[in-house]
Design a protein around this ligand. Structure first.
Ligand code: FES
Length: 163
């Protein structure tokens, strides 16, 4: 499987791994296809995402997309952050193999859930979130029929900051 230089770089040196102890929003997601899990933390100041960190127990593509997603959302308003799709994250990484696109959904969904958590805490009303399982299913349909969706290099089953 061919990965871009950027994917390999973010996998080898993921940005923003860890947790924010006084986070304003936390998003937990699991990928029902492979069982990988992710937690994302956000800190919000003046309506913008001042900081974002993540912990992922997942494959290299999931780690690279989480790393890029946290970089992309910093400084963005919540609306701007919600418009960052998994495809945009994958493009910023120079693309992902089709069979690994479902991994990028994890970062998008963890971010949306963290924003949802923040809104519930501050306004009592969250987002109208699509179920993660539905999204993964949509993306799984993008995967060429018959191709196996599995944890493969880089990293196979890797851990970035999971405790
Ligand atoms: Fe599980 Fe990539 S997120 S294989």
């Amino acid at each position: 499987m061919q990965y871009s230089t950027k994917v390999m770089e973010h996998f080898a040196n993921p940005r923003n791994v860890g947790e924010i102890p006084d986070a304003d929003g936390i998003g937990d997601v699991g990928n029902p296809i492979c069982g990988d899990i992710m937690r994302m933390y956000i800190k919000v100041e003046d309506g913008r995402i001042a900081d974002a960190k993540f912990k992922t127990f997942g494959c290299g593509a999931a780690i690279a997309t989480s790393s890029m997603a946290t970089e992309l959302v910093k400084g963005k308003t919540l609306d701007e952050a919600l418009r960052i799709t998994n495809k945009a994250v994958a493009e910023a990484l120079g693309g992902l193999p089709p069979v690994k696109m479902h991994c990028s959904v994890l970062a998008e969904e963890a971010l949306h859930k963290a924003i949802d958590d923040y809104l519930k805490r501050t306004t009592g009303k969250g987002l109208d979130l699509k179920e993660h399982a539905e999204l993964v299913e949509e993306h799984a349909h993008d995967v060429e029929h018959g191709q196996e969706v599995a944890c493969e290099a880089p990293g196979g089953k890797d851990e970035a900051g999971a405790s």
